[in-house]
Design a protein around this ligand. Structure first.
Ligand SMILES: Nc1nc2c(ncn2[C@@H]2O[C@H](COP(=O)(O)OP(=O)(O)OP(=O)(O)O)[C@@H](O)[C@H]2O)c(=O)[nH]1
Ligand SMILES: [Mg+2]
Length: 397
């Protein structure tokens, strides 16, 4: 199955059935009054979130979706049957936009949540409605209204509490393997991870949170280098970012590497760059104990880092448990704070800002790519961002 996180489809809601023009015709009632019934409403189109889905790949080939039309009214005041609604199942975390205006129609964040995306046309009125003292035989009816039709862009953002950030090879996937049942591939070459992986970290019986491991970022990602920045959108909604830094990289210096990531984040969304971010210094098993503290201090000094810092080894598990406990606490505190309506509002506002900035950066990147493509004029380069022939893995234990 392919991991698809963006599709454009056409939604055509059903037309309303026409109102009926009819008069009562019965034995012994020579001039029966009007009895034309109403048309049924056209079927609407809804999106419905389904927790068992994790990609939009079902929409890759079929692009047009039509709900049934309403049936027209009949004589004897019979109303036509309403057209059946069409319910499209999508993964949790799907947002729907009107593709022509860019307007956000809505977000699906909970299992079974429904969102109306194209309203069916109203059923027409039969002539029975138009009888009056002056007109006993009205020939007037109202036809059914057209259903709404619109191009829809569906965007899937995986929903996680914590997002992992870092250069390729920093050990992001190794960490998610160490602390959850998720089993993303780990290897000593860059870009091992090509799609987001989610892992559930269980702390105690009823305490758990979701971590998202995304592909590594490199310098220039905002300009399209490596896999670009498109995966950052999957961690836009997280409450906390874990910035994983390899303390003993094959090339370069850890503090410099951390700066690269901070810079790419800033270019993607300045608001996201100000988000709660913890520095996680990984591969500490490669250093002696005495070196570990010195390394940590050197990185903090070089970055003038004020936030939390953790020393861990994703490979041996050292330090990971304490980190996970602290994350859980942080998430719970955040949960409590969200009860405060002012805080909640601020968070919503901040999220919207991040989404806007992120969308703009991705738009700029798409334009840049288009320019490059045009100037290259290479028709054999049909690289498609969405074409990773791999599956997004959600592992819940
Ligand atoms: N010694 C040591 N090696 C580690 C540690 N964590 C990860 N590694 C190794 O570092 C390499 C890269 O690890 P990954 O987990 O694949 O790195 P990643 O950040 O997911 O990389 P991408 O998916 O390419 O972005 C692998 O060879 C791991 O075995 C650690 O704590 N100690
Ligand atoms: Mg990885």
């Amino acid at each position: 199955m392919k991991f698809i996180d963006e599709v454009v489809i056409q939604a055509f809601a059903g037309k309303g059935g026409n109102g009926c023009l009819s008069f009562r015709r019965e034995k012994f009632i020579p001039k029966g009054g009007p009895d034309g019934g109403d048309g049924g409403h056209g079927g609407s189109i809804y999106l419905e979130a389904d927790e068992s889905l994790n990609t939009l790949s079902a929409f890759r080939f079929q692009k047009d979706y039509r709900a049934d039309s309403g049936v027209q009214g009949r004589g004897r005041n019979c109303a036509g049957k309403a057209g059946e609604d069409l319910i499209l199942q999508v993964p949790i975390g799907t947002a729907a936009f009107a593709d022509d205006t860019g307007e956000l129609i809505g977000d699906l964040t909970e299992h079974k949540q429904r969102l109306l995306v194209a309203k069916g046309g109203r059923g027409g009125l039969g002539n029975i409605h138009f009888k009056s003292s002056t007109n006993r035989a009205p020939r007037q009816t109202i036809p059914g209204a057209e259903g709404e039709s619109r191009p829809l862009r569906l965007e899937l953002n995986v929903i996680a509490d914590v997002g992992l950030l870092g250069l390729p090879n920093a050990g992001k996937s190794t960490l998610i393997r160490a602390v959850s049942a998720a089993r993303p591939k780990v290897a000593d070459y860059p870009f091992t991870t090509l799609v987001p992986n989610l892992g559930v970290v269980s702390i105690e019986q009823h305490q758990s949170f979701v971590i998202a491991d995304i592909p590594g970022l490199i310098e220039g990602a905002a300009m399209g280098a490596g896999l670009g920045i498109r995966f950052l959108k999957h961690i836009m909604r997280t409450r906390l970012l874990l910035h994983i830094v390899d303390v003993l990289p094959l090339e370069g210096d850890p503090a410099e590497h951390a700066r690269v990531i901070a810079n790419e984040l800033e270019q993607f969304s300045p608001t996201l760059a100000k988000h709660e971010r913890w520095l996680v210094l990984n591969k500490m098993d490669l250093l002696d104990e005495s070196e570990q503290q010195a390394k940590k201090q050197a990185i903090i000094d070089a970055l003038d880092w004020q936030g939390p810092v953790y020393n861990i080894s994703a490979a041996t598990g050292e330090g990971t448990k304490a980190l996970m406990y602290d994350i859980m606490q942080h998430i719970e505190l955040h949960h409590e704070q969200l009860q405060d309506p002012t805080f909640f509002k601020e968070q919503q506002q901040r999220l919207r800002q991040i989404q806007e900035e992120g969308r703009e950066s991705m738009h700029q990147l798409a334009l840049l790519r288009q320019e490059q493509q045009d100037s290259l004029d290479e028709d054999d380069d049909d690289y498609d961002d969405d074409d990773y022939d791999v599956e997004v893995v959600y592992t819940r234990d």
